[in-house]
Design a protein around this ligand. Structure first.
Ligand code: CP
Length: 363
């Protein structure tokens, strides 16, 4: 299939129907066109049957090909091919979620698969003291893939001790949220497709700001770890945090970051320099939560670079004012809107249904 062929699957009226209503509107066709080829079948077929428990379970080429496949999912009515027909996905959420559970379930249902949904894990046998390992053993005969969120970091390992099915970690305590990081980079690559190039024009490299503490904010941690794959696209990283050691255990070696790193607790001086601002509201501290400090609030009057975009995994609290929603700084709604397509791409690859998609190369 040539580059021209793959552009055949870009349907502007489908894209227009799917974009978010407020803020930056991301067009998936730039990322499709940029690669000048269909998504690489050999890379994507390699995901068959795999689990995604942490960022390291996916390589940079896999992330880029998944994002390119997700762009085609977004630009085209793939439901007519019934990619997940006959597949059952179990979504087991032991902690509250709006976006992750519902975008996974929407992804499955829109591809003609079926969902076994556990929106509140406390209704399972855990209420009677059942172990997660035993629940994993039961899941083996109920579905084809399990997506789980749990407030405890060790829970992912406990479930997979009894599970033979592919597993996707949808957030485990202060651990990781690896598919959120995929959603985040899907948005960034649609915003600026050249960020996927190994040699990005120095003028186009970004100064990335993180407001929060990657060490105990799982979405921020997964985003930062995923960002290491895109080091050529990053000129500088500034972490703005009230904590002395925002990286914490597991990230305690900033030398791993292959770009200039600055840590500060003062937001005002650095804010006008940032191209991309990634923020989150909630940090997990043992069994409790801590909200971002009052000094780290953004609103329409904040001294942002005119072209700067703000990302947030949501849910938000007071740190991200609604006055930004109608502005072109708002990338967070487009970021959330892309989640369904990214998860469609991931599920189709893991559940070995790429052969039903007309725009993926053969294995
Ligand atoms: N981004 C995210 O994890 O949101 P939810 O908590 O609503 O799933």
């Amino acid at each position: 299939m040539t580059a021209l062929d793959v552009m055949r699957f870009v349907e502007p009226e489908v894209i227009a129907r799917r974009t978010n209503s407020r803020g930056v509107k991301l067009d998936p066709s730039g990322l499709i066109e940029r690669g000048r080829r269909p998504p690489a079948g050999p890379v994507l077929h390699g995901l068959a049957g795999r689990s995604i428990a942490e960022h390291g379970d996916l390589s940079r080429p896999e992330v880029i090909e998944l994002c390119r496949l997700a762009s085609l999912m977004e630009a085209n009515d793939v439901a007519i091919h019934h990619p997940l027909d006959g597949k059952v996905v179990i979504t087991a959420f032991f902690e509250a979620s709006t976006r992750t559970r519902l975008s996974f379930e929407s992804a499955v249902l829109r591809l003609d698969g079926k969902v076994l949904s556990v929106p509140d894990g406390r209704t399972t046998g855990t209420a009677k003291g059942e172990s997660l390992s035993d629940i994993g053993e039961m899941f083996n005969s109920y579905g084809d893939l399990v997506v789980m969120r749990h407030p405890e970091t060790e829970a992912a390992q406990e479930l997979t001790d009894g599970l033979d099915l592919p597993f996707i970690n949808a957030g485990n305590g202060s651990g990781e949220h690896p598919t959120q990081a995929l959603v985040d980079w899907f948005a960034l690559l649609k915003w600026r497709p050249e960020l996927a190039d190994p040699t990005v024009d120095p003028e186009r490299r970004i100064h990335l700001g993180i407001i929060g503490t990657p060490g105990n904010m799982r979405a921020v941690k997964s985003f930062l770890l995923r960002s290491i794959d895109f080091a050529p696209a990053i000129r500088k990283l500034t972490v703005i945090s009230e904590m002395a050691d925002p990286f914490g255990a597991g990230l305690n070696d900033p030398e791993r970051l292959d770009f200039e790193v600055e840590i500060t607790n003062e937001m005002a001086p650095v804010l006008p320099e940032l191209d991309v601002i990634y923020m989150n509201s909630i940090a997990l501290l043992g069994d409790s939560y801590q909200l971002l400090g009052e000094q780290y609030r953004l609103h329409a009057q904040s001294t942002l670079k005119p072209s700067a975009v703000i990302m947030h995994p949501l849910a938000r609290r007071d740190e991200l004012d609604t006055s930004l929603d109608e502005t072109q700084h708002n990338l967070y709604f487009a970021q959330a809107a892309g989640a369904t397509y990214l998860r469609q791409a991931l599920l189709s690859a893991i559940l070995q249904r790429l052969d039903r998609l007309p725009f993926v190369e053969g294995a």
